[in-house]
Design a protein around this ligand. Structure first.
Ligand SMILES: NC(=O)c1ccc[n+]([C@@H]2O[C@H](COP(=O)([O-])OP(=O)(O)OC[C@H]3O[C@@H](n4cnc5c(N)ncnc54)[C@H](O)[C@@H]3O)[C@@H](O)[C@H]2O)c1
Length: 248
């Protein structure tokens, strides 16, 4: 995909699906801006892909003030930001009765409020430029009420991301701002690496294709929405899940 001249932020761009997105942007000759908590892995990705192609910023997406400060700095450093991929997220796997208030707040603050804050910091500038491609990574859990890996707090946060995607798409459409989301199912990343074999078997049994995704298979669809190939698409929620969700 062609990202020549485009500067695109990828939250959580240092690992898993985010790393595959970062690679795709650089392969398309764009500049990837990794926003992540883990600067050690982010810097490794930067070295791997070429220091001129990637810039890294440390942000804790649980902290709204920090997001606003660093994203404003990114705007000052780069002038125009063409795309934002809200990919970073954390999972919550305990049954509903065991979710503590702290766990709920943490999951919602990173997975949903962090996405709101990131978009809202960049939105005025995208509006002024008449151009913005926003892609939000949700999950199959948002549509099913969780149950594959992430449970209630995770499912609720990701369902919120879908609602936010549609709202931003609706309001941003006349300003050249497109906003879409992607719902992966089991993807082979550090997030899922620690899962027991028994749990993995159970999950695989619910996936018609019978396997987990390579991160690149998720990134490919995200990159499409971040690119100009998707110029007449907004507010879309794409299942990239090996056939788990077959809705209308
Ligand atoms: N892996 C799956 O099976 C799967 C399935 C459905 C949806 N997803 C979603 O895809 C996205 C990427 O998942 P992944 O599997 O690649 O995860 P991952 O754990 O491999 O990577 C997540 C990245 O986000 C960063 N991050 C986490 N918390 C952060 C914070 N507070 N501030 C800044 N950065 C933070 C991490 O440092 C890491 O680089 C997530 O939103 C996840 O919910 C994953």
């Amino acid at each position: 995909m062609d990202f020549a001249g485009k500067k695109i932020i990828v939250t959580g761009g240092a690992s898993g699906i985010g790393k595959a997105i970062t690679e795709g942007i650089v392969e398309g000759r764009g500049h990837a801006i990794i926003v992540d908590l883990n600067m050690e892995t982010a810097e490794k990705v930067r070295e791997e892909l070429g220091k001129n192609n990637v810039t890294c910023y440390k942000v804790n997406l649980a902290n709204a003030e920090e997001i606003r400060t660093v994203f404003s700095q990114i705007l000052a450093d780069f002038g125009q930001i063409h795309g934002l991929v809200n990919n970073a997220g954390i999972v919550s796997t305990v049954p509903f009765e065991e979710v503590t208030q702290n766990e709920w707040d943490k999951v919602v603050s990173i997975n949903l409020t962090g996405v709101y804050t990131a978009i809202s910091t960049l939105y005025p500038s995208m509006k002024e430029n008449g151009y913005g491609r926003i892609v939000n990574v949700a999950s199959v859990a948002a549509k099913r009420g969780g149950g594959l890996l992430g449970t209630s707090a995770y499912a609720a946060s990701k369902a919120g991301v879908i609602g936010l995607t549609k709202a931003v798409a609706r309001e941003g459409a006349t300003f050249g701002i497109a906003c879409n989301s992607v719902c992966p199912s089991l993807t082979l990343t550090p997030m899922t690496a620690g899962m027991s074999a028994e749990k993995k078997e159970k999950i695989l049994a619910t996936i018609p294709m019978g396997r987990g995704a390579d991160p690149k298979e998720i990134a490919n669809v995200i990159l499409f929405y971040a690119s100009d190939l998707a110029s007449f698409v907004t507010g879309e929620v794409s299942d990239v899940d090996g056939g788990v969700t077959m809705d209308g």
